[in-house]
Design a protein around this ligand. Sequence first.
Ligand code: 5GP
Ligand code: ZN
Length: 112
Amino acid sequence: MNRDCIFCKIAAGEIPCRKVYEDEEVIAFHDINPAAPVHFMLVPKVHIVSLADARAGHEGLLGRILLLAPRLAGEQGLADGFRTIINTGRGGGQEVMHLHVHVMGGGRLHPM
Ligand code: 5GP
Ligand code: ZN
């Protein structure tokens, strides 16, 4: 756990969140400043700074997160589909330096 990291503190239960899902390795919660009618994030509990810091040993964890995304999106009512975004580093617009996968939908999304 990184004591300076807001997502580590959320994963540890030290900061409240609107939880969508939790297991031993992963927590998912709604974004505090949603960019779509449904907007939550999948977060590994281990402190990985960004996708650029993921290593071979994280393969299973990253795979689990990607497989959870459609399941949780469906549970959140996104039967029509959803968008996933992983911002990486300053150049990718990442603001919280703990790897997370955004899942959003439930309205008209602008084309990429
Ligand atoms: P990034 O820009 O790093 O990909 O996304 C970080 C996201 O985390 C932003 O969409 C922001 O609204 C969200 N966020 C930042 N602080 C908190 C918080 O304390 N709680 C929750 N639920 N979301 C947060
Ligand atoms: Zn962290």
